[in-house]
Design a binder for this molecule. Sequence first.
Ligand code: GLC
Length: 555
Amino acid sequence: MVRPGQQWWRDAVIYQIYPRSWADSDGDGIGDLPGITQRLPHLTYLGVDAVWLSPFYTSPQRDGGYDVADYRDVDPLFGTLADFDALTARAHELGLRVIVDIVPNHSSSDHPWFQAALASPPGSPERARYLFRDGSDGGRLPPNNWTSMFGGPAWTRITEADGSPGQWYLHMFDRSQPDFDWTNPEVRDELEDVLRFWLDRGVDGFRIDVAHGLVKYENLPDTDLTLDANVDATALAPMWDQPGVHEIYRSWRRLADSYAIEGQDADRILCAEAWVLPGPALAQYVRADELHQSFNFEYLMTPWLTADQRAAITDSLAQADAVGAPQTWVLSNHDVVRHATRLGYPQRPGLQRIEGIGADDPQPDAALGLRRARAATAVMLALPGSAYLFQGEELGLPEATQLPDEARQDPTFARTDGKSKGRDGCRVPIPWEGDAPSYGFGPGGRSWLPQPPEYADLAVDRQRDVPGSTLELYRQLLALRRKHRLGRGRLVWLDDQPHDVLAFRVESDEGAVTVLANPGGSPLPLPAGAQILARTGTPGTAGQVDPDETVWLNG
Ligand code: GLC
């Protein structure tokens, strides 16, 4: 809901839609923009502030649309520009802001620029928009030892226009995703122009894909991952988090700010997907003249253990505070195992595993995972700052861990010869109606990934208005969060509780809420006279906070 006040993004709850998998209007088994528009009332029912759409641009879909061939158009799979405009208009009518994805690190190999580069000779201006290099060892071997994030080498050799074996180009992801050369002003101008294109169409902001990857260390040296005190830290990961990215974002911030309207709470925002650890380095992305938000992935990977949770929350808030930014919390997205499944495994100190799961891997305890996911979400939604939700987490959806290998489409699966299962398990189409074919995903009953049978009982229509359902729990927490303005609050740890409990109060101008979360094994008696606002147990034991439960108390 749009509400008055400054800088809406500081405490916004933003819901991520992966367009392939949310709602299909034409029955081809792949979600689309008209499908999203029809289902938008689900988001007002839920009570979020904004929606972030993963890419829907023209693309050969080798990486679910994160391989863009035309940054200024909609892929026919998803609809048309007119469909996009209708979606935005409807969202705004409903009081929802719209954030789109920008993919600036690489284009698709189908992009006209890359096709022109292939047709042009080494050293040409067309090649200079990407990172073409001569190979080593007389051209036979890749120019350096970098590997792709999806497995295999980060370089592919091309055949020159005359048929001879030629140069190599860099792709930190799939070979169909060539990296741009961000030292080239033409690249900078083009991507800023793309931002303007969507801002002019009325979008409220951008989620920036691989925001930490645009600038590479000069001369692309080999990466040396063996830690050596004598080696410059930047040279250890010459493709990530290079200082040069910050100048790009300062420029983007000036551009976004030029769209602000005096006296209106209408900031256009920029949110980084930057897998940068530790927190202080990540906070550099949200300095006052750079981006508004940056996903806190370290928090996402924190196990459900009291000491780890407390340290992650304390440190994250301090790091964001140090640069005057709000923290951006997130537990699930389209790249990681859903938290209802992650938390169904034994929790150990350190960062959690987020890679895909296959039928031959150890399987999670689904009931435990869901119980903990509800409890962890109730911690996240109480925290000061903004929060992102991933489609389906409001239904308590688990990861699909039994997908047949033939169904898998994530390039990671093929590039690692199946060693890494990839990210399809969190991208399975959403169940809307428990009794309908494809659980109401679209007419005709098709679904581009098979939906697990347990999705029937988790469908929206089986949870709506059902007390204690995960959907109703999310609604309740979001409404309370808004009423007490927790996202604008201040967190105070309560040290009068047993050490294995996470106990804090969030105080704002609109009230205070005490949160008692119990990742420990023993029940915690509730304080005398406690007034329960919400609890994540179903139904929960009177007078106590059960293990793996979170309770919100008034005051
Ligand atoms: C980001 C996206 C991911 C994509 C990758 C390459 O990490 O979230 O889905 O595969 O970038 O664009």
